[in-house]
Design a protein around this ligand. Structure first.
Ligand code: DX5
Ligand code: ZN
Length: 220
């Protein structure tokens, strides 16, 4: 197996020092920067959006992995692309015309991801899996950092892995929410290719050190 990609979530960063935080991550084991957009409608919280992405992109070295927890994401895709998104992930539960949205993301030149809430079975992706670059499995209910990992996610990742093989999809499996070094090895064993971590990376004030430790402990 390969080493998982590490995607620290800027939701847990110090917003008063976003330039410094982004530059610090530039020289870390982070492979992607995870950028959580919340609209207060799809999820019961509001985070940040397009102008903040533009600012982060100015100082970022890694691709920015934009997780849209918003209703009607189709209206904002080109704005997020222009602001620096490399990957755009929309929620299955927020898109009536998911196939169209996925094609729009790809036409913009971004990699396309679909996120699944904890209650949404992976079988919902059967007819779209082959078109996807990323499937984001939510291991908490989206809206907040620092929540506890939902253990059923492990089974779900294994099921998704099987589904992707059956569909001939090369989509990466990304897991988001409550990821720590306690559950990460099992997630990788189940088939996770990329791990998002917010509070675990930022909480002790040494994101670079924690990311280095994750890379070392999760090396094949
Ligand atoms: C939750 C977000 C996550 C969050 C993860 O709605 O999508 O990306 O930042 O934070 P932790 O790792 O603290 O659960
Ligand atoms: Zn996220």
């Amino acid at each position: 197996r390969q080493a998982p990609l590490l995607a620290p979530s800027l939701l847990s960063a110090d917003f008063g020092n976003l330039q410094a935080q982004t530059e610090m991550l530039a020289d870390s084991a982070a492979d992607w920067l995870h950028f959580d957009v919340m609209d207060g409608r799809f999820v019961p919280n509001i985070s940040f959006g397009i102008p903040v992405l533009e600012a982060v992109h100015r100082y970022a070295r890694q691709p920015i992995d934009v997780h849209l927890m918003i209703e009607e994401p189709q209206h904002y895709l080109s704005a997020f692309r222009d602001a620096g998104a490399a990957i755009i992930t929309v929620h299955y539960e927020a898109c009536t015309h998911l196939h169209r949205v996925v094609q729009q993301i790809k036409q913009l030149g971004c990699r396309a991801g679909v996120a699944l809430n904890p209650h949404s079975p992976v079988s919902l992706l059967e007819d779209i899996a082959a078109d996807l670059d990323v499937v984001l499995v939510m291991s908490v209910n989206p809206g907040f950092g620092g929540q506890a990992f939902i253990p059923n996610t492990l089974r779900k990742v294994a099921q998704l892995k099987e589904l992707l093989v059956d569909c001939g999809s090369s989509a990466l499996i990304e897991v988001d929410g409550g990821v720590t070094l306690d559950n990460a090895p099992a997630l990788v064993a189940a088939g996770a290719d990329a791990l998002v971590a917010g509070s675990f990376v930022f909480k002790d004030g040494d994101p670079v050190g924690t990311l280095a430790r994750m890379r070392a402990e999760l090396a094949p």
